[in-house]
Design a protein around this ligand. Structure first.
Ligand SMILES: *Cc1c(COP(=O)(O)O)cnc(C)c1O
Length: 361
């Protein structure tokens, strides 16, 4: 197929399924007889409106999104949702709960403080975000307008293995780095958002899944473009949506459906991550950052404890065709992001490389 492709462990933007890229490549100058590329189409044209509606429908099907939820395709970035969520949802009581378990949830909590009272319901910074708080560690405020958490901590390599129980307080979740990797009971959530560039599509698209009744209560100062109700009323076309990314999401969803949907993704994810963690745990040199029970199935963070040896590992891995393994500067060491599109074979070969490095150093 394509011999020159490397095993790309980038945290995002990251790998896409080869079949989706090849489909896009075959349609890039002339999309199905339209005589133009999807990049060149009016977002109001019939041909693009069909792509839009089909992609929305496929996502609804794959994630089993109930009818009383809207799916929005926005340009804000996941970071834009850090403001959009409080602007729209916090006005109800003026208060919100935030669980701080990593970099992005910490930024989200800081941003929300501009708009009301933030209760830090949990904070794992005491141990450098190596764990996820347990159910009884959550300090919930019954007055909160919502409870915000980040399902997978991309930088620290931890992931919630349970859904917080917050009673009538709506759950808001940043699923940027694990959406579509396993089944999710959407009905437990008030709002789910995700930047697409980790596990869905190229950078530029942000997906929001919102329970209808939560929209329409934005603070008066909310910019029109950040009001969920505006975007619901205009079906995400108040302004130009990220057309190309939406098209690519559709191609990715086709691939996911061919692999057995999110159940299929979950099986592959478990194979990849247990293989990698087992290899690291049985090595002499490597330690994982994420504590057992809190480890991410998507971003595996590890180190030797010796910066020079870490650098040698990253260099050697790059030469062997395993790229983008350097950890985020906040954690150091290495990070292998093993999203949906990473073939099992890529992780098998990385494990071989890790074992050989462990033996020879
Ligand atoms: C990457 C990431 C973000 C930031 O996404 P942008 O689209 O760059 O704003 C937020 N949250 C999580 C969990 C991420 O992985």
């Amino acid at each position: 197929m394509n011999d020159q492709r490397v095993y790309n462990f980038s945290a995002g933007p990251s790998m896409l399924p080869l079949s989706a890229l090849e489909r896009a490549s075959s349609e890039i100058t002339n999309y199905r007889g339209s005589g133009m590329s999807v990049m060149e189409m009016s977002h109001r044209s019939k041909v693009f409106m069909d792509i839009f509606a089909e992609t929305q429908q496929k996502l609804r099907q794959v994630l089993n999104v109930p009818d009383n939820y809207k799916i929005l395709f926005l340009q804000t970035g996941a970071s834009g949702q850090f403001s959009m969520v409080p602007l729209n949802l916090m006005g109800t009581t003026g208060k919100a709960d935030y669980a701080v378990t990593g970099n992005f949830s910490s930024i989200a909590a800081k941003e929300a403080k501009k708009y009301g009272t933030v209760n830090i319901a949990a904070d794992s910074s005491d141990r450098d975000h190596c764990y996820i708080p347990t159910r009884d560690q959550l300090r919930l405020d019954p007055q909160a307008s919502y409870f915000h958490y980040c399902a997978n901590n991309t930088i620290y390599g931890t992931e919630w293995d349970y859904v917080p129980e917050t009673g009538d307080v709506p759950l808001v979740c940043d699923m940027s780095s694990n959406i579509l990797s396993r089944p999710v009971d959407v009905s437990k959530y008030g709002l789910i958002y995700a930047g697409a560039q980790k596990n869905m599509a190229p950078a530029g698209l942000t997906v929001v899944i919102i329970r209808e009744d939560l929209a329409g209560h934005a603070m008066a100062c909310t910019p029109l473009i950040m009001d969920y109700q505006t975007m619901i009323d205009k079906d995400s076309m108040y302004n130009t949506p990220p057309c190309w990314c939406i098209y690519m999401l559709g191609l990715n969803l086709d691939w996911i459906q061919e692999q057995g949907g999110v159940e299929g993704m979950k099986k592959l994810r478990d194979i990849r991550s247990s293989m990698l963690y087992d290899t690291l745990d049985s090595s002499r040199l490597f330690r994982c950052h994420g504590e057992k029970g809190s480890r991410s199935g998507m971003n595996v963070t590890f180190r030797t404890g010796n910066e020079e040896l870490d650098a040698k590992f990253v260099r050697g891995a790059t030469e062997a065709g395993f790229v983008n393994l350097k950890g985020h500067r906040k954690v150091g060491g290495m990070r292998a992001s093993i999203y949906n599109a990473m073939p099992v074979e890529g992780v098998e070969k990385l494990c071989d490389f890790i074992r050989a490095f462990d033996k020879n150093n």
